[in-house]
Design a protein around this ligand. Structure first.
Ligand code: PLP
Length: 372
C-alpha cells in the first residue's frame, strides 16, 4: 500500500467495544488484572503501555516500513532514550549541521559518560568513512538538516555504517516518511520529532523511534522508556494519530508551496542563497532527487547585507510569524542565530522558513514586501 492509504488506515481499526470509527482516548492510568496480576487485555499501567499510544505506534511502524516503533513525550525524549543505550566511552558521529538539541545533549550530557560526539560532513561519504576508522557506535544523520538543508546519501552511509559495525540513525523529521523512508535505504533506526509535521497543527509535542528490527536495542529502549517514563500521553498520542491521517495530503501542499517560495527567493536580487534541496542549484540536489519523493516544506534563505539585513526582513513580514518550530499549517520564519544563544552556529544572515499551507501567492507577496 502507498503512504496516502497507510496514513489513513494504520492504527485506525474501529473500536472493538463500541464500533466507534474515530479512535477512543483511553485516559486510564491503570488496568484491571487478575489476582496474580494476570493481564486481561495486555495492559497494566499507562507508563508501560496504553491503547492510544499503541495505535500511534502501529501507524508510525507502518508509515516508516519498520518492525516496531516507540512513541515519546517529545523528540528530545526519543533522542535521549536512544542515546542512553550507548556504552560509556562510546564514539559517535553527528552531522556538522543539525538540530541544536542534539548538539547540546552531546556537549552537556553525553560527555559526562565519556561519550565523544565527532561532527562530520554527512554530505561526503568518504569523509564519514575516514572518521569511522577509530571505531564508531552510531552514525547520526539528519537529512534534510536543520537549518542549512544539507542532504546526506542514506544508502551510501548505510554501507559505511555496515562496514564499520556502527548503527545508522536518521532523524527524519523534516522529510517525514511520506517523502523519505530511511529504513528501506538501510538505516537501523528512524527518529522523529512528531511535534512538527506529524502533529501538523503546532499544538502537540511528541517524538518517536522506528526500528528496522525488533532486536535487543529496541528492547532496551522500550525498557528505558517504561522505567523513566517519557511516554506519549494518551491525548498527545491521539492528536498525533489524528495528524497522521492528513500527513501525506499536507506534505504535498507544503512541498508545492515551498517550491514556489524557494523559486521566488532564488530569483530575488536581495537574496544571496536559498537552501532548498529541490532547487537544481542545491549542491546535493541529485542525491535528494534519488532518495526523496519530493523536497519538503522547509527552507532557509541567506539575505544579502548580513545580520542587520536579515533581521530587517524578519521584522517586516506580516503573514509569516517569527517563531521557532516548524511543520504546522501556518508559515513561520526565524533568525536562527538569534535563537541559538551565546554561541550561534548558523550564518548571521540566515532566516529559516517553515512554509505553511496558505496560498503561495500570498506568501510570496508578503516576502516581496519584506524584501522591498
Ligand atoms: C524539533 C526537532 C527535534 C526535537 O524535537 P522536540 O519534539 O522539540 O523535542 C529534533 N530534531 C529535529 C530535526 C527537530 O526539528
Amino acid at each position: 500500500m502507498r503512504p496516502e492509504t497507510i496514513a489513513v488506515h494504520a492504527g485506525a481499526e474501529p473500536d472493538a467495544a463500541t464500533g466507534a470509527v474515530a479512535p477512543p482516548i483511553h485516559l486510564s492510568t491503570t488496568f484491571a488484572h487478575g489476582p496474580a496480576a494476570e493481564r486481561i487485555a495486555g495492559y497494566e499501567y499507562q507508563r508501560e503501555g496504553n491503547p492510544t499510544q499503541d495505535r500511534l505506534e502501529h501507524a508510525l511502524t507502518a508509515l516508516e516500513g519498520g518492525a516496531a516503533a516507540l512513541a515519546f513525550a517529545s523528540g528530545m525524549a526519543a533522542m535521549t532514550a536512544l542515546l542512553e543505550a550507548l556504552p560509556n566511552g562510546a564514539r559517535i558521529l553527528i552531522p556538522d549541521d543539525c538540530y541544536m538539541g542534539l548538539r547540546l545533549l552531546a556537549q552537556d550530557f553525553l560527555t559526562r559518560r565519556g561519550i565523544t560526539a565527532v561532527t562530520a560532513d554527512m554530505g561526503d561519504p568518504a569523509a564519514v568513512a575516514a572518521a569511522c576508522k577509530d571505531g564508531v557506535s552510531r552514525i547520526w544523520l539528519e537529512t534534510p538538516s536543520n537549518p542549512c538543508l544539507k542532504i546526506a546519501d542514506i544508502a551510501a552511509l548505510a554501507q559505511v555504517a555496515r562496514s564499520c559495525g556502527a548503527r545508522l540513525v536518521c532523524d527524519n523529521t523534516f522529510a517525514t516518511p511520506v517523502l523519505q523512508q530511511p529504513l528501506a535505504l538501510g538505516a537501523d533506526v528512524v527518529m522523529h520529532s512528531t511535534t512538527k509535521y506529524f502533529g501538523g497543527h503546532s499544538d502537540v509535542l511528541g517524538g518517536a523511534l522506528v526500528f528496522a528490527r525488533r532486536d535487543a536495542l529496541y528492547e532496551r529502549v522500550a525498557h528505558y522508556r517504561h522505567v523513566t517514563g517519557a511516554i506519549a500521553s494518551p491525548f498527545s498520542a491521539w492528536l498525533t494519530l489524528r495528524g497522521c491521517r492528513s500527513l501525506p495530503a499536507r506534505m504535498a501542499w507544503h512541498c508545492r508551496n515551498a517550491r514556489a517560495v524557494a523559486e521566488f527567493l532564488a530569483a530575488h536580487a536581495r537574496v544571496e542563497r536559498v537552501n532548498w534541496p529541490g532547487l537544481p542549484t542545491h549542491p546535493q540536489h541529485a542525491v535528494a532527487a534519488k532518495q526523496m519523493r519530493d523536497f519538503g516544506g522547509m527552507l532557509s534563505v541567506e539575505i544579502r547585507g548580513g545580520r542587520e539585513a536579515a533581521l530587517a526582513v524578519a521584522a517586516k513580514v506580516r503573514l509569516f510569524t517569527n517563531a521557532t518550530s516548524l511543520g504546522g499549517c501556518e508559515s513561520l520564519l526565524e533568525h536562527r542565530a538569534s535563537v541559538e544563544g551565546e554561541h550561534p552556529v548558523s550564518p548571521q544572515n540566515l532566516l529559516r522558513i517553515s512554509v505553511g499551507l496558505e496560498h503561495p501567492d500570498d506568501l510570496i507577496a508578503d516576502l516581496a514586501g519584506a524584501l522591498a
